[in-house]
Design a protein around this ligand. Structure first.
Ligand SMILES: [Mg+2]
Ligand SMILES: [Zn+2]
Length: 185
């Protein structure tokens, strides 16, 4: 088994669109823009031996607000540029009651089976409360990137940071040569 870092997509790897202080996924591939820090940050994690899995809710598909082909093109662009093993997506609407939509842990649990991931040695990095809750439900450590949104903060993330680079700093400081499990300091 190996450790993974699960990464939310919008607001973590690429810019979210902000409206009234709340983040929204881009709906057109033309508006999809990776953070400049994403590639160097993920390279550091990959070089340290972490499998990288993107886990993203895209309810605009289930709500018929986004073209699935546009979203697929964004995910393909991401996977072509960043060293990720898989982009796992929940396309369902908020009301569908699926097991994959965060804060449920379905995407993480299924990916763990597919890739032989040690969840207790793994970390979930996200920018919203549902990301942290999903990581906690899967038995992972959690890091919240606080982008200053006008919405409630997550409950009890192991670490709060201001950027993806800082999240990676925290992971490497605590897990390099030690995937067995000291808590993040
Ligand atoms: Mg997000
Ligand atoms: Zn789903």
């Amino acid at each position: 088994m190996r450790p993974a870092v699960f990464l939310d997509r919008d607001g973590v790897l690429n810019l979210s669109e902000l409206r009234a202080g709340k983040p929204y996924a881009p709906r057109r591939c033309a508006d999809f823009q990776l953070y400049p820090e994403a590639l160097p940050a993920l390279r550091r994690l990959s070089d340290a031996g972490f499998l990288l899995i993107v886990v993203t809710n895209q309810p605009d598909i289930g709500n018929n607000l986004a073209d699935p082909a546009e979203v697929a093109a964004m995910n393909a662009q991401l996977a072509a540029v960043l060293p990720v093993a898989e982009v796992v997506m929940c396309p369902h609407s908020q009301s569908a009651g699926c097991a994959c939509r965060k804060p449920r842990p379905g995407m993480l649990l299924d990916a763990a089976l597919r890739h032989d991931i040690d969840l207790t040695a793994s970390v979930m990095v996200g920018d919203r409360a549902g990301d942290v809750a999903a990581g906690q439900a899967a038995g992972c450590r959690t890091i919240w990137i606080d982008r200053g949104y006008a919405e409630p903060a997550p409950s009890n993330p192991d670490r709060i940071v201001a950027s993806l680079s800082t999240a990676v700093d925290a992971i490497l400081a605590n897990f390099r040569n030690d995937v067995s499990g000291d808590d993040i300091q």
